[in-house]
Design a protein around this ligand. Structure first.
Ligand SMILES: [Zn+2]
Length: 132
């Protein structure tokens, strides 16, 4: 056994460091998920609300005589309902990554994801990979 370990020291070391790297990556992803960001709601270029993505919520936003229902769930933001004529905003995919947007043209409503500044470069890299 000792001889075997001696022979495979390098392999073992490699495996162990890979496990550590993966664990570290997972930890960073977890940290990043916790940090998340927030969704900024603008109507006619005026900011009317800012909501953290970590907290589930459903809110009706008045916009140009109509409404859009913003839903934040599991870190994603989306428009679940609206009374705009085209309803295109309700069909747009959920957003969670920095600078992603959902636009409702008839209501001049724009959702933008803005993230908190990540403290470590490494985490920023993961965020980019995640959102690519
Ligand atoms: Zn719309």
């Amino acid at each position: 056994m000792k001889a075997w370990i001696g022979q495979h020291k390098k392999d073992l070391f490699l495996c162990l460091s890979m496990v550590l790297v993966v664990a570290f990556l997972l930890l960073c992803v977890k940290l990043w998920q916790k940090q998340g960001g927030y969704v900024v709601v603008t109507v006619d270029q005026k900011v009317v609300g800012k909501y953290p993505l970590q907290k589930d919520l459903e809110i009706k936003i008045d916009a140009h005589g109509g409404y859009n229902t913003l839903v934040v769930k599991d870190g994603f933001a989306s428009i679940e309902d609206a009374d705009c004529p085209d309803k295109l905003c309700t069909h747009q995919s959920k957003i969670q990554c920095q600078n992603e947007t959902i636009l409702c043209v008839p209501h001049l409503l724009l959702l933008t994801i803005e993230g908190e500044k990540a403290p470590v470069d490494f985490v920023i890299w993961i965020e980019k990979e995640w959102c690519a």
